[in-house]
Design a protein around this ligand. Structure first.
Ligand SMILES: [Zn+2]
Length: 228
């Protein structure tokens, strides 16, 4: 069990990695970690994820009320809380604006396609939520159902939400979503995107079962095989 201070330091470290990898610009994005059943650490509204300080993070309850820290919790606090309420197995959540992934959703293009084997293995599918007005409770509404079965969501014309059992796993999922967008974009630029065949997906499903992965393989738009 990590101490609260260690979790604070981990949030600072992950924030720097997110900023350095251009997964956010300026003061975009937010990070949270669940400490226990009624306490949450979350980044402040208007802060830059590249320059966080451990003692400036906001401690809130699960209604989003601030208990300590500098400034106010991010305007997306209700989205983070909803993710924890729907998923007792997760302890960290990251909202970021990775540019290629965000470009896909701005163009009205989905990444819920069975193209890259290890992406299908880890995520099943990466669905896109409905549109929500930023910094309102709409963000919580649009993720509520999807987050139950998915560790990575694309927020329509806004960015991503990734969750995990700890901060590093939520970060790796963010990295992986942007990688998926990059590879898909490159393939499209080269002129052809090969989707996985029925047989290839069935074998991946066997591996997913073996690993006990609970994320859902559904909503695939192109191969037509994984539709729920
Ligand atoms: Zn955002």
């Amino acid at each position: 069990m990590l101490s609260e201070w260690q979790i604070r330091r981990d949030i600072v470290d992950i924030g720097k990695r997110i900023y350095d990898k251009d997964f956010v610009a300026a003061t975009d994005g937010n990070i949270s970690a669940r400490l226990n059943d009624d306490r949450l650490l979350i980044t402040a509204r208007g802060c830059c994820l590249g320059q966080l300080k451990p003692d400036e993070l906001i401690l809130t309850d699960f209604n989003g009320n601030k208990l300590s820290g500098k400034g106010q919790p991010t305007g997306e606090v209700s989205m983070h809380i909803t993710a924890y309420r729907e998923r007792q197995d997760i302890y960290a959540a990251i909202h970021a604006h990775p540019p290629i992934t965000t470009g896909f959703t701005v163009a009205g293009e989905s990444l819920a396609q069975c193209i890259i084997p290890e992406v299908v293995l880890i995520f099943g599918t990466i669905p896109t939520t409905e549109y929500a007005t930023i910094s309102t409770d709409e963000g919580a509404e649009v993720i509520k159902k999807l987050i139950k079965n998915h560790d990575a969501l694309i927020l329509d014309r806004h960015g991503t939400l990734t969750v995990g059992s700890d901060l590093i796993s939520a970060f790796y999922k963010l990295e992986k979503v942007e990688y998926c967008a990059k590879v898909t974009l490159t393939a499209r630029q080269l002129g052809r995107v090969k989707t996985l065949s029925e047989n290839e997906i069935e074998k991946l499903e066997d591996v997913r079962k073996k690993y006990g992965l609970k994320t859902k393989l559904s909503l695939c738009e192109q191969c037509g095989i994984c539709k729920s």
